[in-house]
Design a protein around this ligand. Structure first.
Ligand SMILES: *[C@@H]1O[C@H](CO)[C@@H](O)[C@H](O)[C@H]1NC(C)=O
Ligand SMILES: *[C@@H]1O[C@H](CO)[C@@H](O)[C@H](O)[C@H]1NC(C)=O
Ligand SMILES: *[C@@H]1O[C@H](CO)[C@@H](O)[C@H](O)[C@H]1NC(C)=O
Ligand SMILES: *[C@@H]1O[C@H](CO)[C@@H](O)[C@H](O)[C@H]1NC(C)=O
Ligand SMILES: *[C@@H]1O[C@H](CO)[C@@H](O)[C@H](O)[C@H]1NC(C)=O
Length: 404
């Protein structure tokens, strides 16, 4: 046998054994993909703003709403708009296969603008990048979901329906459903990863005793508003991609370019109606989400592949839905951010955390349970940054250290 032949053979055997090993690797989690009907009663607003039905409109919209002489967000609000609808929300519930004390602590994770639930469950090298795997690995259960208007969730009117008040109610609705033990029985089970019979934690009767609300960026903002309105629904929170800082100006929508989702990619986004736009280029995603030298090159095309459209109503409703103090929330709460977040800190979060402002928002959280952690050498999108898994251990250790 020639050396060449034996090398080929060897690599063939290696490759085969890797496949077998991954196929036979003992599963640590069982997951179900769900379609959850979430009833929403909320007070949205009708805003005056241009429509977005083309790529040209998307840029015109951006310039229009950031022009100084145009009406402010508050002044664009024409009237209140009551919402009373049930939305189909696509969610994934994962519980540990070996049930331990933390399996009854459910984390509910909300992604930010530009992402759907895959933000929390990165498919490239999940052992390093999947927050879902990290949480389940520490024994937690975790529910991730596509925000309204993203992924496999409903995509209703982008102007009047997909707004902050409705999205806050969806977090509350999912939390209440989970707490009642009726999440599975009231949902359509789309698929299961592991047969329920293999499991120690019976999924069908899953009923958490504690809930931790986790959010990223716009998702963290929704969690913060949810804590202000329904503080007693959550036992703890992690807000990432969000920080109270002493910066007076933030990067706004003029700093990054969108295209009309359906025109940008008719195959991927053909089912997105008027008013949904999407970040246009990889360069734009890089600028917003990633830190120079602190991501693996394959992550950029991956973020491009999984990017999610955004509804203009989400931006329009920001000005009329400011932070409110979360009087009933008792914590603990961790702000977890990339040290060099370009979006919330204009590139450098060091030394600008305003703890006083955080305490005004979360007065019920004991001093020692309200903390800010900066993940070294990381940008805005923490789950696709090099060293993500070490950051997850900091988040999970925080919860553990506070009895969650
Ligand atoms: C902004 O859009 C409104 C229509 O919604 C239009 O009347 C106004 O002229 C536009 N302004 C700019 C600066 O584009
Ligand atoms: C919402 O709609 C349901 C069914 O149409 C109705 O029974 C209920 O009274 C409505 N609730 C509110 C607050 O409007
Ligand atoms: C921090 O926040 C408080 C409360 O919002 C505010 O009064 C104070 O001016 C802020 N400090 C700085 C340095 O921006
Ligand atoms: C923010 O506030 C901190 C503490 O008051 C101060 O040291 C820092 O210089 C401020 N940074 C900016 C950018 O204003
Ligand atoms: C990786 O993250 C951990 C947790 O935040 C941190 O202690 C460590 O210094 C980081 N490593 C690098 C190389 O940045």
């Amino acid at each position: 046998m020639s050396i060449m032949h034996s090398l080929v053979l060897l690599s063939g055997v290696l490759a085969l054994s890797q496949i077998v090993a991954s196929a036979l690797a003992p599963a640590t989690k069982q997951c179900v993909q769900l379609e959850v009907p979430v009833p929403v009663i909320a007070t949205n607003r009708h805003y005056s703003m241009p429509r977005v039905d083309s790529n040209i409109d998307a840029i015109d919209w951006t310039v229009n709403v950031t022009t100084w002489s145009e009406p402010s967000a508050e002044d664009r609000s024409i009237r209140l708009l009551p919402i009373n609808s049930t939305f189909k929300i696509s969610a994934q519930l994962c519980v540990p296969l070996q049930s331990g004390p933390k399996a009854n602590v459910l984390q509910i994770a909300t992604p930010g603008l530009g992402f759907d639930k895959r933000y929390w469950d990165v498919e490239i090298n999940p052992a390093e990048y999947s927050y879902v795997d990290a949480a389940v690995g520490k024994g937690y259960s975790i529910l991730t979901y596509d925000r309204l208007g993203t992924g496999k969730s409903d995509k209703p009117n982008a102007y009047d329906v997909v707004q902050i008040p409705a999205e806050v109610e969806i977090i509350a609705g999912l939390t209440k459903l989970a707490r009642s033990g009726k999440l599975l029985s009231s949902s359509k089970v789309v698929s299961r990863s592991v047969a329920a019979s293999d499991s120690a934690t019976p999924l069908s009767s899953f009923r958490p005793s504690k809930v931790v609300q986790v959010g990223h960026s716009f998702g963290a903002f929704l969690v913060a508003l949810n804590l202000a309105k329904y503080g007693s629904l959550a036992d703890g929170a992690i807000l990432s991609g969000l920080l109270t800082t002493n910066l007076t100006t933030m990067i706004d929508v003029l700093h990054y370019d969108h295209e009309f989702a359906r025109e940008h990619d008719p195959v991927r986004f053909g089912d997105y109606p008027s008013g949904y736009f999407v970040l246009n280029t990889q360069s734009c995603l890089q600028k917003l989400f990633l830190r120079n030298g602190a991501f693996e090159p394959e992550m950029l095309p991956y973020v491009e592949k999984i990017k999610a459209p955004e509804a203009v109503g989400e931006y329009a409703s920001e000005g009329t839905n400011p932070f409110q103090p979360a009087l009933d929330f008792k914590g603990p709460l961790q702000f977890f951010n990339g040290e060099f977040d370009n979006f919330i800190c204009r590139g450098d979060c060091r030394g600008i955390y305003n703890e006083t402002a955080a305490r005004v928002l979360f007065p019920g959280v004991p001093m020692a349970d309200l903390v800010s952690y900066l993940q070294p050498n990381t940008g805005h999108a923490l789950t696709v940054a090099t060293n993500a898994s070490a950051g997850y251990q900091v988040m999970l250790q925080f919860l553990d250290s506070r009895g969650l």
